[in-house]
Design a protein around this ligand. Sequence first.
Ligand SMILES: *Cc1c(COP(=O)(O)O)cnc(C)c1O
Length: 352
Amino acid sequence: MNSWPGVIERYREFLPVSEATPVVTLLEGNTPLLPALRLPEATDPRLAIYLKCEGFNPTGSFKDRGMTMAISKALEAGSRAVICASTGNTSASAAAYAARAGIKAVVMVPRGAVAIGKLSQAAIHGATVLMVDGSFDQALAIVMEIAEKHPVTLVNSLNPFRLEGQKTAAFEVVDQLGRAPDYHLIPVGNAGNITAYWRGYREYHRAGRAKELPRMVGFQAAGAAPIFENRVIPEPKTIATAIRIGNPANWGPAVEAMKDSGGWIETVTDEEILRAYRLLAREEGIFMEPASAASVAGLIKMVKAERFEPGSTLVLTLTGHGLKDPDTALESASRPISVPPRLDAVLAQLGL
Ligand SMILES: *Cc1c(COP(=O)(O)O)cnc(C)c1O
């Protein structure tokens, strides 16, 4: 069989696994690197823009790349249960990979701040879902303490194996593009993914697989921009729930990634995020969740500010699938039109 083996088998030589590691995989990775058709027109036609569509992973977000590693290593260590705090996608992924591994998952989510699709995933995969009247940051503090004192493995991005798995996205970009891009644009929440991509690009560069290194450009929501503002945000607010984080776990490494790569971090407003979200769906045919649209909103803002040299190659990570959050989609699009079941009425409605 010559099919895709999942990220651990594909990139085994770059990952901390051995023959003894029981690989738990849902064949994540190998996501499309889609050339943008209309984004250059809408921004700057002299840019080559590619979309790394991570919503096409098995549970609909890039979290699966890290979870295949975290769950495989938990199993190798003899763990029978995993725990995480989550804005939704981590819990969906943890629940699915724990189910695949035959171990227990406990996920803790902030009430009212998790998109319905993500919650339904955690539930149907059999995880114990704890809903907390509090923030993601508070939930994370609690699960960290539990994992420290009890035989339960933490699978938040503080788990070092998560970022190891996630760095494979950078390997794929280079393998698909034949080089590293000049700029890599990415939404930033807990700041694990920007850290992982930078690690991946550097490792591939060191191994001689890419001659170039990209500048890492991160985007936070304006109401949840701790790194940009250089202060903890006690009550982060944004419609993009996946990046509604006030005290990122990977704050330091993300700042390093930004500085080492010659990149920067910026903010985008919810209005800019929603406009980009609709644009992506209507003009490119790609339905991603609002947090993912932060990359596109950032692209539009940075092109206006003339931050990219003409001729540059840009890769944008689109982090999670739009079906995760159908409520926001319905609120952002025009309403269905009610018609009676009659041909003349339908034709009249269509102006035919
Ligand atoms: C987790 C997540 C993010 C944020 O990634 P970090 O590694 O926490 O910065 C962005 N978008 C989606 C869809 C996510 O699931």
